[in-house]
Write a protein that binds this ligand. Structure first.
Ligand code: SAM
Length: 256
């Protein structure tokens, strides 16, 4: 039995598919750090700080990828706020569902989550942000970080967010946005078009994807336009906060 398990383990480690999963996730993290000089971590910390989740929060993180960016941060935040004994107890109440369209990202996340004490505090669901496999009015909070830009019909994803949130629930979206200061905007443009694709080529061996990334950022609605789209989906008290001169923004709305 042990021999069988060892052979199976060796096959998995050597399999090219496993390598692809690992490569995608690790070069993705390296690229995020390289492109933003590590600042994307501060933006994600800020998102969790804005959410300030109470201990029993049920969160849905859509386009959550490997869970490392929002889901793990969320659980750490809740744990750190609890008294030590309660944080380790079986009655840990917070829960996060990571939903992503890419099964490979979820698999990498599931493996990483094994280091958490409360693996029962995370669920992994393969699904499309435009048609969520999640019950209506079932979550307290909805987050989407650097995900909505990739969705084909943004208004569909927003109305799905509205549907799955319970009344009183909060929508938070972290996404690239429009730089507000003209001087910084022109430096940022140069950096985006001249440096990022080269970095993509060198670090991830992928020029095209990072050229697409830069173009998709330019095409995404700016702060005000996106706020209006969130209101059109039914959310109230819609606000946004610029991060790093508007390179990114956090939009917030409530289902009342
Ligand atoms: N949220 C993570 C973060 O903050 O770094 C991952 C963001 S990554 C740039 C974009 C993620 O969106 C990918 O994991 C991708 O699989 C997912 N994605 C793209 N289109 C999607 C869709 N229609 N529904 C759900 N997830 C989607």
């Amino acid at each position: 039995d042990i021999q069988y398990k060892l052979v199976k383990f060796a096959i998995i480690l050597l399999s090219p598919v496993y390598k692809v999963f690992e490569n995608v996730a690790s070069s993705y993290d390296q690229m995020n750090d390289a492109m933003s000089f590590g600042i994307h971590r501060l933006w994600k910390d800020r998102l969790i700080k804005v959410l300030n989740p109470p201990s029993g929060t049920k969160l849905l993180d859509v386009a959550g990828g490997t869970g490392r960016d929002i889901a793990f941060r969320f659980l750490n935040h809740v744990k750190n706020k609890l008294p030590r004994r309660k944080a380790q107890s079986e009655t840990f109440e917070a829960h996060v569902t990571v939903c992503d369209i890419n099964r490979a990202m979820l698999k990498v996340g599931q493996k990483r989550a094994a280091r958490f004490h409360h693996t029962s505090a995370i669920s992994w669901i393969e699904g499309d942000a435009e048609d969520l496999p999640i019950a209506s009015s079932s979550v307290d909070a909805f987050t989407i970080a650097f995900g909505i830009r990739n969705v084909t019909r943004i208004h569909k994803a927003l109305s799905e967010a509205y549907r799955v949130l319970a009344p009183g629930g909060r929508f938070l979206c972290l996404e690239f946005s429009e730089v507000q200061n003209k001087l910084i905007a022109s430096a940022y443009d140069k950096y985006s078009f001249d440096v990022i694709p080269v970095m993509g080529h060198v670090i991830a061996g992928d020029w095209k994807s990072y050229q697409y990334l830069v173009e998709s950022i330019r095409q995404f609605p700016n702060q005000e336009e996106f706020a209006r789209m969130i209101e059109d989906a039914g959310f109230r008290h819609v606000t946004y906060e610029n991060l790093s001169f508007g390179i990114a923004a956090i939009h917030s709305g409530f289902k009342l």
